[in-house]
Ligand binder design. Structure first.
Ligand code: ADP
Length: 548
């Protein structure tokens, strides 16, 4: 449809393409650096030359518009090259979740119709186990830091570095329609088969620009600027590491890619490169802070965005006590992902420390160009302060699931993207996720937020990690069951003591009275999903199996 008042036709260079993100950095930061573990340091000039060569090589492999290219790698400079070169060549980058089972990962490669795969040697066994799904794959390229072997029985196109060195660089990246699919990945499938979520060049560019703008104009408590040192702590296969590698590269910031997430290596890189900006799920932060060598890092220079799960005030306080500037954010796979960050409004900045903590753990303030609405079961907006389902509109939300119209229509019913999250908008306009709708605990007809109980228990000094689920209850339908991991050195604390602590919090009236029915169980570990988040589905299944 052409607009009634359309001007002259669009000219080359005016489409929102990932290619456009790279123009400025070529001259702004040619001597800036992109580092891989403690193995390799490239200047931006060298890295950009590699991207151009990768483009030529992809072309030689027959990759072009309409193709899908799968990647199985740890977070690396090579992955970053593929982040740009694959979409810029017109193909879609499929960031394969390497923590899925061979059956699931194979399913995603087959469903995505990947014709070329870039696979780190560490994932060759996984690749071998998914062979029945790989009949459509024309080339497998091996990524290696040392010796490598060709995968058996698959068409191997060689090793990345060797082939890249021989490739002829592209002189000009193609003009593409801005709605061309740029990235594709699969949701971790808490129910049913994994679903393919894709984003276009236009969406990636708008997400990059808006997240970058928001993080640049708001300092309090966390900003991201061109002079920051960036290290991702969210895997690049998980919603493109929240899109921040695109932003860091556009800015020409110094970047450090950690490869496989090994806690000691992460701590070493954070300290050696004096990293100032990162982002992760809360469980990863906890893991780093509680590592025996966490004292080797000067945390005071770090600014951290926490997302993917609620940032509990107790966790934020602990991070702050180490000197970290921390803030919560919100998003999901289907939203590219960032739609809200809990920056502190200037008019609220002078509040007490407790008020400020309350704000920065409030889930987030919507980014520019994001419309938020809270609706009831009939899709009607509820009054401010009331809990309902969060629905969204924004230029960078996925249009639907690949090849699954029924689920796409369900996601977008009524013209709004349904997040499946219970939430409220408070009087200051901040978004507060109260719970995933499927995690809400139904006690005798009343709905209780599992996050509320988690936050209350996390206030006890002995609690290192906590997760709450609803378990079947003959009298109440469900009651809350909290699984708690205690801090090292405080293992003598009993579940009874934690129950007493919870009751004292309930007495103060800040959480629902029926939370009094919570049973507290001490465990040595809480199950995690493939992206490191608490896996409540598995917890519920285990609890059910125990009852059966
Ligand atoms: P999955 O659903 O497989 O975990 P996502 O990474 O897309 O995949 O997770 C998005 C979900 O994570 C959101 O729908 C929400 O339930 C939860 N989430 C993300 N950020 C927050 C937050 N700041 N507070 C509470 N929950 C969050």
């Amino acid at each position: 449809m052409s607009p009634a008042n359309s001007g002259p036709e669009m000219r080359p260079g005016s489409a929102l393409l990932i290619r456009e993100l790279l123009h400025r950095v070529r001259t702004w930061a040619p001597r800036g650096t992109i580092t891989y573990r403690d193995r390799l340091e490239l200047t931006y000039a060298e890295w950009l030359a590699r991207v151009d060569r990768l483009g030529g090589w992809l072309k030689a492999l027959g990759v072009g518009p309409g193709d899908r290219v799968g990647v199985m790698d740890w977070d690396s400079h090579r992955y970053l090259e593929l982040f740009f070169a694959v979409p810029m060549s017109g193909a879609a980058l499929h960031t394969v979740n390497v923590r899925l089972t061979p059956e699931q990962a194979g399913y995603t490669i087959q469903h995505a119709q990947d014709t070329v795969l870039f696979v780190h040697v560490d994932f060759l066994p996984l690749l071998a186990a998914m062979k029945p799904h790989l009949s459509g794959v024309r080339h497998v390229v091996v990524l290696a830091d040392g010796p490598w072997n060709a995968p058996e029985g698959l068409p191997c196109a060689g090793e990345y570095e060797e082939e890249l060195a021989k490739a002829t660089p592209v002189s000009e990246w193609p003009d593409l329609p801005e709605d061309t699919m740029a990235t594709l990945f699969y949701t971790t499938g808490t129910t049913g088969e994994p679903k393919g979520v894709s984003f276009s060049h236009r969406q990636i560019v708008l997400h990059t620009m808006t997240a970058g703008l928001t993080l640049a104009v708001h300092e309090d408590p966390v900003s991201f600027r061109a002079d920051d040192v960036y290290l991702p702590l969210t895997p690049m296969f998980h919603v493109h590491a929240w899109g921040l590698p695109f932003l860091a590269t556009m800015l020409g910031a110094k970047q450090v890619y950690p490869g496989k997430y090994e806690p000691q290596m992460l701590l070493h890189l954070l300290e050696t490169h004096q990293v100032t900006f990162s982002h992760c799920v809360p469980t990863l932060l906890q893991m780093l802070l509680h590592h025996p060598q966490s004292g080797t890092v000067n945390w005071r220079r770090l600014k951290l965005v926490i997302g993917g799960a609620a940032l509990l005030p107790a966790v934020a306080r602990e991070a702050q006590s180490r000197g970290i500037r921390i803030v919560g954010g919100y998003g999901m796979s289907e939203t590219c992902p960032i739609v809200a960050i809990a920056h502190i409004k200037p008019e609220l900045a002078s509040g007490s420390e407790d008020d400020r903590l309350g704000l920065l753990t409030r889930t987030g303030f919507p980014l520019p160009m994001v419309q938020v609405k809270i609706v009831d079961g009939a899709g009607q907006a509820v009054p401010p302060g009331t809990v309902g389902e969060l629905v969204l509109r924004s230029p960078w939300l996925t249009h639907g699931y690949l090849g699954d119209d029924a689920s796409s229509d369900r996601l977008w019913r009524g013209g709004w993207l349904h997040t499946g999250d219970g939430a409220l908008l408070d009087s200051d306009g901040y978004l507060r996720i109260t719970d995933r709708l499927k995690d809400v605990i139904k006690i005798g007809g009343e709905w209780i937020s599992s996050l509320e109980i988690e936050a209350a228990l996390a206030r006890h000094p002995a609690v290192r990690e906590v997760a709450v689920i609803g378990v079947p209850d003959a009298k109440w339908d469900e009651h809350p069951r909290a699984e708690v991991v205690l801090r090292e050195g405080l293992e003598s604390v009993t579940s009874r003591e934690l129950v007493r602590h919870l009751h004292a919090v309930i007495e103060t009236g800040v959480i629902h009275k029926r939370a009094i029915l919570t049973e507290v169980v001490l465990v040595s570990a809480i199950p995690k999903t493939s992206v490191g988040k608490v896996d409540k589905k598995r917890m519920r299944e285990a609890a059910k199996a125990m009852v059966a």
